[in-house]
Design a protein around this ligand. Structure first.
Ligand code: FUB
Ligand code: ZN
Length: 660
């Protein structure tokens, strides 16, 4: 990232903070994330994923955007091409923006002239497609050159801009454009793309608001992006518009006398909601944006709302993999405790959206339970959405399969692959955070990070084979000798007897293994508070902290109200949720497997399997119901790695015998 820009945005933030102290927009998150580009992952788990995303997923997604006309559409709208606008969805523009965002992150860590030149070209086409007043939505601008029979949905049905927002995604698209533009500006220092974003956002500020058009985005996302643009530019109008869009939802207006209903999360004002319903991606993006707005404006009702929605989502509507959105119909949340396994939707976009939201909840409240949920989704439901080679994708992520479900190279509605492009490079940004002189270590990933604290910089070098091994060492190098740092290390719930951050799932078995912590070899006795142990002391270069998190194989059971999981058991080890897959069973019949509660379970690292994974092994009765007492071996693999060996039967929740 451009050093000057970092400095500039720190100055903007500081000025804004001092100018508004005690005034209307007084705040921000009390905890600051350490940006992804200041964190270097050098481990065997994440490093290859970041590389694969950079070298395979992003280029392949650009290629698909080319092949499917998504990129040509900008030229068509901008009068640079004689082709027709093509595609099925008005939100196809967003796919291009999302891949551009991922590519910009990639440039921050891997300067690449060819990619840089390609992005320049794309920025030119996006700018060409922007109308003079700032409006940008290729399906509208090229409406005379559209083949309507091709369109399945999501373009202006009304003969006017904006008013079809229930479906059109005019606002959703530009949200993704702002995020890409900010990333591009941060990566290159070139403000051409940022200026396209600002021109569009200025148009929105003129067009929407009290006494102007009073509508929320049909698909939340713009709210998050407006906050990002506000942070990048310091322009309060963008934050105010984000707040307007959050507040107007669920309130009838002249422009939308009939509310759009639950699927659009527009059934009642957000601050009156207490149950997550409707389209899961829309809902979670909205809660994440509401968390931003609550933190930045001090809106207490909104803050209480996001807390309440979190309790509902985590307490009653999340899969053990961290996935959300149970229903295919409407891509929606089910009822409380309605979590079917084989028909689970758990869209990749929804799963990764929970990481974005939980990260914000952590920055707001400083509690490790939010990072526990982030980690659960990150290592399980989210990365299951992309094959190990980064080239094929899941849209829904079921927790059981009869063997007829495989990843695809692309989708007509390509939101999930393009979300992966932008999400994976942002993962290092979840790992560390700061507050005054406190340094939070949230994710355990070998590598280095630079943290700016109130009294100077600290470099942390982390060594670990996580998620396969629970030993983590941290070497601190403070800028000043004897610098005071309150090092806050997350002790995951699963290492403290809690299988989940609510009573939705619990460990079925006991474990008497406990975590331990030493500083320079001397044991540290420190209570876990809000999910963290704190080592508050003066540090000198080379001080070493060693954390040992026990990682026995654990059986997990669901709350009895989850009908789909009754009489079933899942396996976890550390943060990883396991599944049994047919290639690993002699009989291939996953559903017939029944695990005895008493059967010992072992674990080993298999470097030859699925890119190197820790497997769980054991024995189970044969599936022919014979009563000979003979058993057959079984093996469980990490859920995220399933379906990488062709079509397979798979189950996370296994039948079992015994009293657990
Ligand atoms: O509507 C845009 C995206 O397409 C949503 O986020 C996904 O759920 C899919 O419907
Ligand atoms: Zn998606």
């Amino acid at each position: 990232m451009h050093k000057q820009l970092i400095a500039m945005s720190i100055v903007v933030t500081a000025l804004r903070a001092s100018a508004t102290q005690g005034a209307e927009l007084p705040r921000d998150y009390p905890i600051r994330p350490v940006p992804a580009h200041q964190v270097h992952f050098a481990d065997a788990f994440w490093r290859p994923r970041l590389e694969i995303n950079r070298t395979a997923t992003i280029p392949a997604s650009f290629q698909m955007c080319e092949e499917t006309g998504r990129i040509e559409n900008f030229k068509v709208a901008g009068g640079l091409s004689d082709e027709k606008w093509s595609g099925m969805f008005g939100f196809n523009d967003s796919d291009v923006f999302k891949v551009m965002e991922g590519a910009a992150y990639s440039l921050m860590t891997h300067p690449d002239e060819k990619l840089s030149a390609y992005l320049d070209e794309l920025v030119g086409w996006v700018a060409a497609a922007q109308e003079d007043d700032g409006y940008l939505y290729t399906a509208w601008s090229a409406r005379d050159r559209i083949a309507p029979q091709q369109l399945r949905c999501c373009w202006p049905r009304e003969d006017k801009k904006w008013l079809s927002e229930i479906d059109s995604h005019e606002l959703y698209n530009v949200g993704h454009m702002y995020e890409a533009a900010v990333a591009h500006w941060e990566a290159t220092g070139d403000d051409r793309y940022l200026n396209v974003a600002k021109k569009n956002a200025d148009l929105l500020v003129e067009t929407f608001g009290p006494g102007k058009i009073e509508l929320p985005p049909g698909h939340p996302e713009l709210e998050l992006a407006l906050v990002k643009l506000y942070r990048a530019t310091g322009d309060d109008d963008y934050l105010e518009l984000a707040k307007f869009f959050v507040d107007i939802r669920g309130r009838p207006t002249d422009d939308r006398p009939q509310l759009w209903g639950e699927n659009r999360v527009d059934h009642k004002p957000l601050i009156e909601q207490d149950e997550a319903v409707g389209h899961a991606v829309r809902a979670i993006y909205l809660y994440a944006a509401a968390t931003d707005v609550a933190a930045l404006t001090g809106d207490e009702a909104l803050s209480a709302t996001v807390d309440r929605m979190w309790e509902n989502v985590v307490g009653k509507k999340t899969y053990v993999t961290g996935g959300i959105g149970a229903l295919r119909e409407g891509e929606a949340f089910g009822k409380n405790y309605e979590l079917p396994n084989d028909t689970a939707y758990a869209e990749t976009c929804a799963n990764l959206a929970t990481c974005l939201w939980n990260h914000r909840m952590f920055l707001w409240h400083g509690d490790g339970k939010y990072v526990d949920m982030l980690e659960r989704s990150l290592y399980n439901g989210t990365i299951a959405g992309v094959a190990l080679d980064g080239k094929t994708f899941f849209y829904p992520n079921p927790l059981a399969s009869g063997g007829d479900y495989v990843r695809s190279k692309w989708f007509d509605c390509a939101c999930c692959p393009t979300s992966i492009c932008r999400f994976i490079p942002s993962a290092p940004g979840f790992a560390y955070a700061t507050r005054d002189d406190a340094a939070y270590v949230n994710l355990f990933v070998a590598g280095t990070a630079e943290l700016e604290l109130a009294h100077g910089r600290v470099e942390i070098e982390q060594k670990t084979a996580y998620p396969w091994e629970g030993r983590v060492t941290l070497k601190l190098t403070p800028q000043g000798a004897g610098q005071h740092v309150a090092l806050k290390i997350r002790i995951p719930g699963w290492a403290r007897g809690e299988a989940f951050a609510s009573d939705l799932y619990r460990f079925a078995d006991e474990s008497d293994e406990h975590y331990s912590l030493t500083v320079n070899g001397a044991a540290v006795q420190s209570e876990v508070e809000h999910g963290y142990v704190t080592v508050d002391r003066a540090w000198k270069a080379g001080d070493m902290v060693t954390l040992d998190l026990p990682m026995p194989v654990r059986r997990v059971v669901a709350n009895d109200r989850v009908e789909a999981d009754r009489n079933r058991v899942a396996l976890m080890r550390g943060p990883i949720v396991y599944c049994v897959e047919s290639p690993d069973l002699e009989s291939g019949k996953v559903q017939a497997l029944s695990l005895s509660d008493e059967a010992p379970l072992a674990t080993q690292f298999r470097k030859d399997l699925l890119g190197g994974v820790q497997v769980i092994t054991g024995t189970a009765p044969p599936d022919d119901n014979s009563e000979t007492g003979a058993t057959v071996p079984f093996l469980a693999v990490p859920y995220y790695a399933w379906a990488n060996r062709g079509a397979s039967e798979m189950a996370v929740w296994l039948s079992h015998t015994g009293a657990k």
